[in-house]
Design a protein around this ligand. Sequence first.
Ligand code: FAD
Length: 478
Amino acid sequence: MELKGNDSGRRHGSSPSVIVIGGGISGVAAACFLHNAYFKVLLLESRDRLGGRIHTDNSFGCPVDMGASWLHGVCNENPLAPLIRRLGLTLYRTSGDDSVLYDHDLESCMLFDMDGHQVPHKIVAEVGDVFKKILDETEKVRNENSNDISVLQAISIVLDRHPELRQEGVSHEVLQWYICRMEAWFSADADTISLKTWDQEQVLTGGHGLMVQGYHPVIEALSKDIDIRLNHRVKAITDGYNKVMVTLEDGRNFVADAAIITVPIGVLKANLIEFKPELPDWKLSAIADLGVGNENKIALRFDTVFWPNVELLGIVAPTSYACGYFLNLHKATGHQVLVYMAAGRLAYDVEKLSDKEAANFVMRQLKKMFPDAPEPVQYLVSRWGTDPDSLGCYSYDLVGKPTDIYDKLRAPLGNLFFGGEAVCMDDHQGSVHGAYSAGIIAAEDCCQHLIKRLGSVQLVSSREEILKSIVPLKISRM
Ligand SMILES: Cc1cc2nc3c(=O)[nH]c(=O)nc-3n(C[C@H](O)[C@H](O)[C@H](O)COP(=O)(O)OP(=O)(O)OC[C@H]3O[C@@H](n4cnc5c(N)ncnc54)[C@H](O)[C@@H]3O)c2cc1C
């Protein structure tokens, strides 16, 4: 089947054609860019919805993001800021810059021990300072070792060298909770996170803002006017000399001048798409060498608010695996919803449970803090790790990761271009804005390639111009 544009022949008559594979933020951004540049574009998405790892669920009667929910970097440099401004979406800032808890401020947390006693804030703050010292000391360990080791191994070396930093009793449990928060940021266990690179990412300034109305409006805006085919699962991609043929699982074919691949790194790792000719070894090893983590959310809706008015409710425990925390959406959005977040091995273990069992597991945690907590009236459980359309949550650097991995991941091959969060430039992997930029860059590269190959086409982006208009970001803190 030859790709047909959905606009008039005048607009698309002699335009180059591109197939975008995957309808997450990266794919819709790439498709939007190409559409605005007067290319024929077709987006193929395997699920029955757009958004991918952005999934705003409305079954509670209010938006609940089961995938991404924060804009990391509430600042004008964030590539998504112009669109978020134009859409008038509200951000609820949960932390400023450089918080030891990443996207939360310490002041907005309340921690409890396993017996339901609140941990005094003074202890939480003091252990936070100790954790910062420990992390500072890991830099020395990094400098001494030419071989990469894990963050957890480095922490244990530091504690051996500085017994005064070791914590006992509840303070030890609070320290484990800080490690649990770090693991949640990378969506991976500390024994797999690279010491060499864990603090090398460029986090944008302006702190971290929750998308109060959910992330979906961003996807909706970018996908407007694009020719999108849902329930179209790509099984094979054949790059011939001048054309790319994309084959679906039902055997149908689509042909275009080029293709942009934005499926998750987990899908590429699992070889769920066959490439003809085969991907070269350097590309395959880059795909194999990048880590992919897991994080799951269990959202609970209650008919009454029985918890305190803080943003994060945490439970401390002797190991980071047994620690946990709930995001209080009521504070940010006014809806009576708590969202439990599990990362790394715990996230995979949660996926083995039925929805009911997962909700019960989380309720047991909640009841440790609030013994009289009522049962939730509704609950939702994500399973990003085993979902065949994601196979993981987002990428992170494994111990010993080669330095040129991202260049190799994003490098085009013939008429194939690669987008998606994992190939993002400037160390913004694993984020929505990083995935957005990766899609735009892949689309730009694809445009340049086709212009060179097929002759000049008009590269005017009228919608892009509108996005640049300066309206302040709407930030709330209720
Ligand atoms: C639980 C969780 C919490 C997160 N929290 C945040 C956060 O707060 N802030 C933040 O910035 N980032 C967060 N992230 C990361 C962020 O969601 C991702 O980095 C980003 O959404 C990835 O976008 P993408 O377009 O690269 O990939 P995806 O959104 O995964 O899009 C890829 C698309 O490809 C489709 N696809 C897969 N296989 C095929 C196939 N064979 N054929 C056709 N289509 C296919 C998929 O269905 C999917 O729609 C979170 C992620 C998760 C899972």
